[in-house]
Design a binder for this molecule. Sequence first.
Ligand SMILES: O=C(O)CCC(=O)C(=O)O
Length: 316
Amino acid sequence: MHSEPNILKRHDLDSLNAIERAFHSGPLSEAARSAPEIERRRGLSPEQFEREYRHHTRPVVLEAHVADWPSVRTWSFDHLSERSGTVPVVVDGYNSKAARETTLAEFVSMLEQNKDSAASPVYLQEWYYQTSAPELAADMPEMDIAQYDFRRNLYGEAASTNHQLWLGQKGGVTRLHRDSYTVDVMHAQIIGEKHWYVMAPTAELHADTDADWKELAAAPETELMQCVLKPGDVLYLPANWYHRIELLSDSVGLGRKCLDEANLQDHIRQRMTELLALALNPEEVKRTHPELFEVVLMRARTWAKRMNIDLAKLRP
Ligand SMILES: O=C(O)CCC(=O)C(=O)O
C-alpha cells in the first residue's frame, strides 16, 4: 500500500490519535494556544470579501455576519427538540466505536444528562439536516458571500444546498482534518462558542507517530492560527486548510461548503475516486479509513438522495 509521508494527511487511527495528543500537550499544543488570531472583520461587504480574502485564499472571520438569522436569534436545544425531535440522527459519527443511531430529542436529552458527569461529551457531527429536517432550512438563509459556489451549476440547487449542522456538548472535539472534495469552508456559529485551530494546506510533517511537533509548529508554511467563533460569526476557510475544533460551550454551527470553480477538476476527481473506491474496493477503504468509512458511506447516500439517484438501478 502507498504510504502517505505527511502525517497530517493520514487517516489511520494511530496517526489521528498522535495528532490529537499533540494538541493536548507539548510544543504543538503550546504553539496553538499562542498562535496568531485569524483576522476578524465586521461589516465586510461581499465585494470586499471577494477582493481581500477569497481571491487571496486567506481565512477571515466575518463578525456577526449572520447575526440576524432566525436560527441565531431564536434557536435553543429545546427548541430544536420540540420542532424536529423525532428525526433520526447518528451521534458521535466520527468515532467508529461510539457512533450510534438515535433521535434528535434523545440527543438533546443526552446533552442534559451528560452535563455534570465525567462521560465524554456527545457530538452530533455533519448532520445533513436538509434531507431529514428540511423545516429548519428557512432559519439559515443563503449567505450573500456564498454566491460563487459552483456546486449549483454542477449538481443543481438541491444537492448544492447540502449543508450540515454540527450540534455538540461543551468539551467536544472535531479532530484535525481537511474537508474532502476541495471545497471552501464557511462555518456559521448559531449557538455557543467554538475554538478553531487552523493550518495552511502547505503544512507538512514527514514522520511516524513520534513526530517532531516543534518542527511543524515552527515552520512558516504551517501558518498555525486560531479564532473563537461566537453566535452570528462566519469563518471562511479556503479549500484544503486543516482545522481542529474544540467546543467551549454547548454549541450549534452550520457548515456551508462552497466550491470555487478553480477547484472543479480536483473536486470531480476526488468525488469519483471516493465513489469508485466505495463501490469497487469497500473492504480496503474500511481498512485504510476505519474512522471515516461510515461517514463517507452516509455522505454518499445523502448526496445520492439529494441528486434523486436510485441506488438500486444502474441508470435512472
Ligand atoms: O464544528 C466542528 O466541529 C467541525 C466543523 C467542520 O469541520 C467544518 O465545518 O468543516
